[in-house]
Design a protein around this ligand. Structure first.
Ligand code: NAD
Length: 360
């Protein structure tokens, strides 16, 4: 089979880590007789330098005509002085999400057995390991609602700013369906996180998720307020299977969940549109502090490529193969610098990619 992938390497360590993920995909292609056609496009700081725009129209057009997007990371100090929408992160990432209709952000927080020591949580809390999937609504809510500044009538109050949290039944239903579909393929439990004791938008969220749950009688549904969810994630994270929540709550909880697994260099993510289209990227940023040193951990990007095979291309066996290859790399005692305190025997970015590709 032929698969068309738009590749956006981005800035900082982006080009180094994406190159290794492509190497692993090539190894999968050879083993299973698939052809991955890569079209490289610019976005972020690299695009600003080349074209003056963080998200050139050609990149959007190429992404729309491909099956999936593989992204490294964008941004860096060189472009920090630019205003909001001209910056790599806002211009390129929010632009891609909007243009491509990527409304469902999937962030697995999994713990690799060999890396249990890297978690800040005690062994008795982690137990046999963690495997949580956070499903975050990505194109609605307070980040996209009406916002602005206004002068208040009371002169003592001075300038006032506001951001509106707003959700429609349609938006809630479609993200809830993603969560329940995922739960059906996992441990059949969904925890919906909201603030329904205070927010109207959360009351509608809770009611709508309960409606969707009726279509999935095999899946157990739990509701938690977001403050309690934040606490439960560090108190008893093993109670969770799939967590579904709004844009802002998901932003915060997914960072918390990734931290309890220990390493930012290990965690992938997927952003999905209707149909099978998706954009796949590591959860970390462009790490400008280590760019060009050959020490970046490419595993989060390699695992993002595995998610692409699983969710966009439906290639389950091939995706399992990549995840097993990462496990073999760790089980053999290999580590990247971020996982072993920069020990001299640590494997470089390229060596890590080579070894994982060799285990395919
Ligand atoms: P970061 O994730 O880039 O780096 C945080 C720390 O983790 C750094 O010390 C970095 O060296 C380390 N790190 C990150 N990824 C690593 C990897 N694969 N291997 C080894 N170490 C790794 O976050 P930051 O420093 O806050 O941001 C740097 C730039 O990235 C900023 O311009 C920021 O806006 C941007 N950013 C982009 C994205 C994205 O493209 N999706 C996400 C977050 C941040």
């Amino acid at each position: 089979m032929n698969y068309n992938i738009t590749v956006i390497k981005g800035d900082g360590i982006g080009p180094e880590i994406v190159t290794e993920a492509m190497k692993v995909l090539e190894a999968v292609g050879r083993k299973y007789d698939h052809t991955f056609n890569f079209t490289e496009c610019l976005a972020g700081g690299a695009a600003i330098d080349a074209t003056g725009e963080p998200l050139p129209a050609e990149t959007v057009a190429a992404a729309k005509s491909s099956d999936a997007v593989l992204l490294g990371a964008v941004g860096g100090p060189k472009w920090d002085h630019l205003p909001g929408e001209k910056r790599p992160e806002q211009g390129a990432l929010l632009g891609l999400r909007k243009e491509l209709g990527l409304y469902a952000n999937l962030r697995p927080a999994m713990m690799f057995d060999q890396l249990a020591d890297a978690s800040p949580l005690k062994q008795e809390i982690i137990g046999e390991g963690l495997d949580i999937l956070i499903v975050r609504e990505l194109t609605g809510g307070i980040y996209f609602g009406e916002k602005g500044y206004r002068e208040t009538v009371d002169p003592d109050m001075g300038e006032t700013a506001y951001d509106v949290e707003q959700y429609s039944v349609k938006e809630i239903r479609r993200i809830a369906k993603v969560a329940f579909d995922m739960a059906m393929k996992r441990n059949k439990k969904v925890t919906s996180v909201d603030k329904a004791n205070v927010l109207q938008s959360s009351k509608l969220w809770r009611r709508t998720v309960a409606d969707v749950a009726k279509e999935y009688p095999e899946v157990e549904l739990d509701n938690l307020y977001v403050d309690n969810a934040a606490m439960q994630l560090v108190r008893n994270p093993r109670q969770f299977d799939v967590i579904v929540t709004s844009n802002m709550f998901g932003d915060i909880l997914s960072d918390e969940a990734s931290q309890i697994t220990g390493s930012i260099g290990m965690l992938p993510s997927a952003s999905l549109a209707d149909g099978n289209f998706g954009m796949y990227e590591p959860i970390h940023g462009s790490a400008p502090d280590i760019a060009g040193t050959g020490t970046a951990n490419p595993i989060a990007t390699i695992l993002s490529a595995a998610m692409m095979l699983r969710y966009t291309f439906g290639l389950k066996e091939e995706a399992d193969d990549i995840e097993n290859a990462v496990n073999q790399f760790l089980a053999a005692g290999y580590r990247t610098p971020d996982l072993c305190g920069n020990a001299p025997e640590a494997k470089s970015t390229v060596e890590t990619g080579d070894l994982i590709a060799s285990f395919i």
